[in-house]
Design a protein around this ligand. Structure first.
Ligand SMILES: NC(=O)c1ccc[n+]([C@@H]2O[C@H](COP(=O)([O-])OP(=O)(O)OC[C@H]3O[C@@H](n4cnc5c(N)ncnc54)[C@H](OP(=O)(O)O)[C@@H]3O)[C@@H](O)[C@H]2O)c1
Length: 309
């Protein structure tokens, strides 16, 4: 591979999202293989061109949970450097990756992140337009066609409750927000000013919150349908440990990030070990390509313990 930079670089927006991709149109995404289940999303033409047809399960009364990550070819999900630790630093802010993220957010009823991911992008709001502003209109059309409210519920999972509720995720009013936390975390948060429309959901006295507790708090907030887990690696590890991840959307970015012994550079799971004693095998259900990027989709439905065929 000779390319050293992604083809189109975009700049960080004011709210920590992406303001613009310049004038270069995103590349067409090629669907190489697709065995995914569900109904095709009613994508406006610009999104269909940038992502290809996407099928997602819908409305069975519960929550179908998809996770979305990007890693380098050598499996790095975070460069672990101050101000250079986002998923965008892994993908080079590649437009088709941002658009696919936007589509998944636009199709979701709830977006769940861990406190570390929130702290790494403190000015971000976890809605589709904040990941790719230029396609705000088609994202809104997609949500309207799906009959969804203007924005998904944003959920942050935090044991400590050490979150600044003045930041845009909570204070902008652009999307409803909820913190799922411990009882001591809730006390800490409620000592400060909780913005109107922000729910604090204490679920346990233990520091590690189980996936089922996060999903129960989400349902208690009146939200069912499609749940999107956007990380980070610790929360993903905990959700996989609880067999709560139905599917993974994984972007493979064509860079080698490298590691030294001095700084940890996690993959998309941290804090948990599965193989070989307690493995999590997925089944590949989709492969897409755009430029030099691969977009994989794997099903973890039932968290298989054996090597799939
Ligand atoms: N490449 C990608 O696609 C991608 C995606 C997402 C994130 N990232 C990157 O990953 C890095 C952050 O990694 P991370 O592993 O620290 O992220 P993380 O899982 O979002 O954050 C860890 C923190 O979240 C809370 N938390 C997570 N799971 C919990 C549980 N089960 N119960 C209670 N609290 C829980 C805790 O917060 P408290 O400390 O408040 O208790 C914990 O310290 C950032 O650099 C981010 O940009 C990359």
């Amino acid at each position: 591979m000779t390319r050293q930079r992604p083809p189109t670089r975009v700049t960080a927006g004011r709210a920590g999202g992406i303001a613009s991709a310049g004038s270069t149109p995103p590349e067409r995404m090629e669907v190489l293989w697709d065995r995914s289940e569900g109904q095709p999303l009613p994508l406006p033409a610009s999104l269909a061109r940038a992502c290809g047809e996407i099928r997602l399960p819908r409305g069975n009364g519960g929550l179908h949970l998809i996770a979305n990550f990007a890693t380098s070819l050598d499996g790095v999900a975070s460069l672990s450097l101050r101000a250079r630790s986002s998923g965008g630093d892994i993908t080079g802010f590649y437009p088709n990756d941002r658009i696919l993220m936007g589509v998944l957010r636009a199709a979701s009823d709830v977006v769940i992140v861990g406190a570390g991911t929130f702290r790494a992008a403190p000015r971000h709001v976890w809605t589709a337009p904040h990941i790719y502003t230029r396609f705000a209109s088609p994202f809104a059309r997609l949500r309207a066609r799906l009959g969804k409210s203007p924005a998904p519920l944003q959920v942050v999972v935090s044991a400590s409750g050490r979150l600044d509720l003045r930041l845009p995720m909570f204070s902008s009013g652009e999307a409803p927000a909820m913190v799922v936390t411990t009882r001591s975390g809730a006390r800490r948060l409620e000592r400060g000013k909780v913005p109107a429309g922000v729910r604090i959901a204490p679920v346990t006295g233990r520091p590690v919150i189980r996936a089922a507790e996060v999903l129960r708090a989400t349902r208690d907030a009146g939200v069912t349908g499609l749940a999107l887990l956007e990380g980070g690696p610790h929360l993903m590890g905990d959700f996989l440990a609880d067999s709560a991840v139905d599917e993974l959307f994984l972007t493979l970015a064509p860079q080698v990030a490298g590691r030294t012994d001095l700084a940890e550079r996690p993959g998309f799971v941290a804090g948990r070990s599965f193989a070989p004693n307690n493995p999590r095998w997925g089944v590949l259900v989709g492969v897409r390509r755009s430029g030099s990027y691969l977009f994989l989709r794997a099903s973890f439905d039932g968290a298989r313990r054996r090597i799939p065929e």
